[in-house]
Design a protein around this ligand. Sequence first.
Ligand code: ZN
Length: 272
Amino acid sequence: MKTDGLSINLATVRQQFDLKTGVEACLRHGITAISPWRDHIQTTGVAEAARIIRSNGLKVTGYCRGGLFAASDAAGRQAAIDDNRRMIDEAAAIGADCIVMIGGGLPKGSRDIKAARQMFADGMAAILPHARASTVPLAIEPLHPMTAADRGCISLLSEALDLCDALGDGVGVAVDAYHLWWDPYLERDIARAGSRIIAHHICDWLVPTKDLVLDRGMMGDGVIDLPGIRRMVEGAGFHGHQEVEIFSAENWWKRPGDEVLKTCVERYNTVC
Ligand code: ZN
């Protein structure tokens, strides 16, 4: 079965593997592209993580996840900016194609989503010079609006693209099917995104979804037209990897990691 163009976001097997064992497992299944999370890199150590990735010739389709700039005071906002700058250095060290940036929620006690969005825009502007100097693109990932309060105040692809337009070079978008499949203007906005598309994440939307964050489905088990979205993304000019990103506390995280990866490869071939 083909694994060309398939990437595994290591959160998909985060309960089963760390970075090293996750890489080994991916290679067992012929998968040569990954997307690690920050804890994967930090617990392994940046230098050792970079060595593991390089010595195995892996492609890193993204580094998860930055952004989350909103805070209730200036010191908190500055701390988030500093932390994102460090993340850019880590992304450069591991050769990541991009950092996935999410909007963040509202600061504690706030009812001002407009202000939270502005803090995200300001934070992006603050770190962008360092990202450009490090040649690490920042991929804004709009999240499903159900997460706007606690993790993702940037919800629409059009909104992310407006931000890209305002910020200029070095910023693009991550098109995650789980977050965007429902958007009636998705086709229009993916076409508008064009070369701004830096990453394409896949999984499925289960009916019913039992947990809004931790019950993502395996491709083919839900209602998302994944080939349809892929056609839109390719039509816009993105031919990069499809990155499987499944958070599944009650199902896939409880299964043997090799079974999860085997299923990812099968569904990538039969569904995506
Ligand atoms: Zn994603």
